[in-house]
Ligand binder design. Structure first.
Ligand code: GLC
Length: 448
């Protein structure tokens, strides 16, 4: 690469239009930038682009995702890819701070003043945002033939009251990370039941091969609900009854599942007490630093585990479906963020154009490669580079598509707080049955 120089702001030399900063070159934006003297490049040089005023400005609010680049880089690439629209990025906290991201969005959308024009939304908020009338129905912009390019389950998750109120973006699901070398040493077979997992983890700990047997997320936060939903489902239980009108979280299947999590800390001792205050990143760190044998987490962890600058376990990690209870089936909690247009946006056309770009095969591939976020378009799972860099994605495609949703209700924000609080109390006190029955009673009042 030549000419990777920073030009002092304000200097206007003949060669300035080809003096891009290194990041732009690395991002492959150079061609587009040279050709169009776009906003991003020009402002980096301290000159105002001649036609900035002709551009429609829209705002995009989103949680910030963790990866080899930031979401701001994607926004910049969009701005540089065309000359009609400028997107202003409003960065919210990371998705692990789910409640804060949710509140940030609600505060803005509830003003009904059209800001932000576009937003990303956790799959659990779609029903609530749609029923509040904040999310523009997108059916006319993305008719049936376009929707056929996405996983039917994701389209269904983006549909509320018969209308498409979100555009599929990425799919997330809980995964079982394991250390290949340690599994090899302690039996050779990846455990499929929770009991086998606990036994193998305890053995590896005893042998001094792993400080921690199993890491998961017990913090009183959204991710705890995710961990709970999947382990409960892996015992045949669930949060809501089949008709969605009452809670069955106080039933035996759910109680036994949460009891297992309690026991990982207090009985089998394969998990440290600290998991009770850990969400995604604090539990990821000891795993990628080589201190743990097994971990439950999302797909974003894989590229980090394979990055020599961030990980001590490069090439030692693989991913499998989460274990299940004897007689049960493996289950993964459905996560992921989808795109929405503010129903009060006055710039719908621009918003739709940005949405289309964000969810395009190219951008979804970039999201998968650089952020470890799984595409909502099945075709991308076959991408050769993705298969080479993150082989688990294609092999676990059915884990993503078969994931178990959290309760689908416009009241989800209330349901999750009840769940977070009761499950957390159950895990701290060990009064699992009583706490889960209290949760059921509370949830019955909310959804009943
Ligand atoms: C991930 C999931 C999201 C979930 C969150 C919880 O970002 O994609 O659905 O709510 O984790 O921390």
């Amino acid at each position: 690469m030549t000419d990777i120089k920073k030009t002092p702001a304000g200097s206007k030399t003949a060669g300035q239009s080809i003096m891009l900063d290194r990041r732009q070159l690395l991002l492959g934006a150079a061609g587009a930038a040279i050709g169009t003297a776009t906003l991003g490049v020009a402002s980096g040089l301290g000159i105002r682009p001649a036609r900035a005023a002709d551009r429609t400005e829209i705002s995009f609010a989103s949680a910030s995702f963790f990866g080899k680049e930031g979401l701001g880089d994607l926004v910049k690439a969009f701005n540089e890819s065309q000359s009609r629209i400028t997107v202003k990025f409003i960065e919210l906290p990371p998705p692990s701070s789910s409640t804060e991201v949710y509140q940030g969005l609600v505060q803005q959308l509830a003003r009904r003043n059209g800001t932000p024009d576009v937003f990303s939304q956790d799959v659990i908020w779609i029903a609530g945002f749609a029923s509040a009338g904040w999310a523009l129905p997108l059916d006319e912009y993305f008719p049936k033939d376009k929707r056929a390019d996405y996983f039917p389950g994701t389209v269904a998750a983006c549909t509320y009251g018969g209308k498409l109120t979100a555009l599929p973006w990425f799919v997330d699901s809980g995964m079982f990370y394991y250390r290949k070398d340690l599994v090899e040493k302690h039996g050779g077979k990846v455990p499929e039941t929770w009991a086998d997992m606990a036994a193998m983890a305890a053995e590896a700990q005893k042998a001094g091969d792993a400080k921690f047997g199993y890491l998961w997320q017990g913090k009183q936060a959204e991710v705890l609900v995710c961990d709970a939903v999947e382990i409960i489902a892996s015992n045949g239980g669930s949060i809501l009854s089949a008709d969605g009108k009452s809670s069955v979280i106080g039933d035996d299947a759910a109680v036994a599942a949460i009891q297992f999590l309690y026991d990982t800390i207090n009985k089998t001792k394969i998990s440290p007490q600290n998991v009770l205050s850990w969400d995604e990143e604090p539990s990821r760190q000891p795993f990628t630093s080589g201190e743990a044998m097994f971990m439950r987490n999302w797909s974003y962890v894989y590229p980090i585990a394979q990055d020599p600058k961030a990980s001590h376990v490069v090439d030692k990690v693989a991913v499998a479906p989460l274990p299940h209870f004897a007689g049960g089936k493996s289950s993964a909690c459905l996560g992921g963020y989808q795109l929405g247009v503010n129903a009060n946006s006055k710039k719908r056309e621009a918003a739709i154009e940005f949405l289309t770009w964000m969810s395009s095969p190219e951008t979804q591939t970039r999201l998968a490669l650089n952020f470890g976020l799984a595409p909502s378009r099945p075709a991308i799972f076959q991408d050769a580079k993705l298969k080479a860099e993150q082989p688990f994605m294609a092999s676990l495609q059915n884990v993503f598509t078969g994931a178990t949703p959290r309760p689908i209700t416009p009241q989800y924000a209330k349901v999750t707080l009840a769940l977070q609080s009761s499950i957390s109390k159950a895990l701290v006190s060990g009064n699992v049955k009583a706490e889960l029955q209290a949760a059921a009673a509370q949830i019955n009042k909310i959804v009943g």
